[in-house]
Design a protein around this ligand. Structure first.
Ligand SMILES: NC(=O)C1=CN([C@@H]2O[C@H](COP(=O)(O)OP(=O)(O)OC[C@H]3O[C@@H](n4cnc5c(N)ncnc54)[C@H](OP(=O)(O)O)[C@@H]3O)[C@@H](O)[C@H]2O)C=CC1
Ligand SMILES: O=C(O)[C@@H]1CCC=N1
Length: 268
């Protein structure tokens, strides 16, 4: 893409997206700029990816055709007030903050502005991200296509209505954390059973990766796939019965509802 891309915030999510975009070769490093308040982290990404860096958010505002605001939600008003007079007329502002509505961003710019609200996730770094995308009315179809292309360069992307963004945060934005806990717990049990820890992580993570691929690539119902593993009177059904007894399903559902609720509260 010949446009110029800017990141404000060089944290976990900003770096994950930048890594994904550079690995996929969507933007040349010289067409990317990132700002943050921490010089050390900026120097590290310049070293790793060859992108432009700055300690001044206004440099990102002046350079970029598309700006991804990759800072914590509570910092958005401050960041926007600092760049609003320096952004290009036709700039596209991409927001990724949990609980930040498109209208909040529009109001803070105090003018008609193109906004795309996205909820990505950190597996972007390894090209397996999941992003939900919602454009504001001012964004053209071509511009939306460009944004989809960026987010599809490091994983899958779906366009959704804005009222689904809280639920999306739970099912794909935050969910890698629940999956890491599951992998950690499986590995701990394997270590308890005598498997060396490094092998335990590989085995648990590869089982999660393979199972996810089965769901995505066979199109089969997860329940049917579970049944294919569970031999009558065998080992798997013992584990499944214990998970049901301990409320595994319900723990996941309750956790995700808490996540969605928190995202809604943050939107107020
Ligand atoms: N992490 C995730 O998995 C996901 C995060 N998000 C969203 O992404 C956004 C960023 O999250 P995350 O990457 O985890 O956060 P991080 O705190 O890791 O990254 C934000 C970075 O911005 C820096 N920063 C603080 N103030 C400024 C400033 N004035 N100008 C420029 N940079 C500044 C922070 O420094 P310091 O640390 O000192 O504050 C930090 O380095 C959030 O809005 C979050 O809701 C969305 C989906 C997934
Ligand atoms: O925990 C958070 O608030 C952010 C949003 C989704 C993932 N991390």
């Amino acid at each position: 893409m010949s446009k110029k891309l800017g990141f404000i915030g060089n944290g976990n999510m900003g770096r994950a997206m930048m890594g994904g975009i550079i690995n996929a070769d969507v933007f040349a490093p010289e067409n990317i700029i990132v700002s943050d308040i921490h010089e050390e982290g900026l120097k590290a990404v310049k070293e790793e990816y060859g992108v432009n860096i700055s300690l001044n958010n206004k440099d990102v505002a002046k350079f970029s055709d598309i700006i991804i605001l990759s800072v914590k939600p509570n910092l958005y008003p401050l960041i926007i007030s600092g760049i609003k007079d320096d952004v290009k007329e036709d700039v596209i502002i991409v927001t990724i903050a949990a609980g930040r509505k498109i209208e909040d961003t529009e109001k803070e710019f105090r003018r008609k502005i193109k906004v795309v609200r996205v909820m990505p996730n950190t597996p972007a770094l390894v090209g397996e991200g999941m992003s939900a995308i919602c454009p504001s009315e001012a964004v053209t179809r071509e511009e939306l296509k460009e944004i989809i292309d960026i987010f599809e360069s490091f994983g899958k992307a779906e366009v959704v209505a804005e009222n689904l963004m809280d639920a999306v945060t739970s099912v794909s934005g935050s969910s890698p954390a629940y999956v890491y806990i599951f992998i950690e717990a499986m590995a701990d049990a394997a270590v308890l059973d005598g498997i060396p820890r490094d092998k335990a992580y590989t085995m648990a993570a590869q089982a999660v990766l393979g199972s996810a691929k089965m769901v995505l690539e066979t199109g089969m119902h997860p329940g049917a796939l579970k049944d294919m593993v569970s031999s009558p009177g065998g080992t798997t059904i013992e584990a499944v019965a214990t998970l049901e007894e301990k409320g595994f399903r319900n723990a996941v559902i309750s956790a995700m509802r808490a996540c969605t609720k928190k995202s809604k509260e943050m939107s107020k």
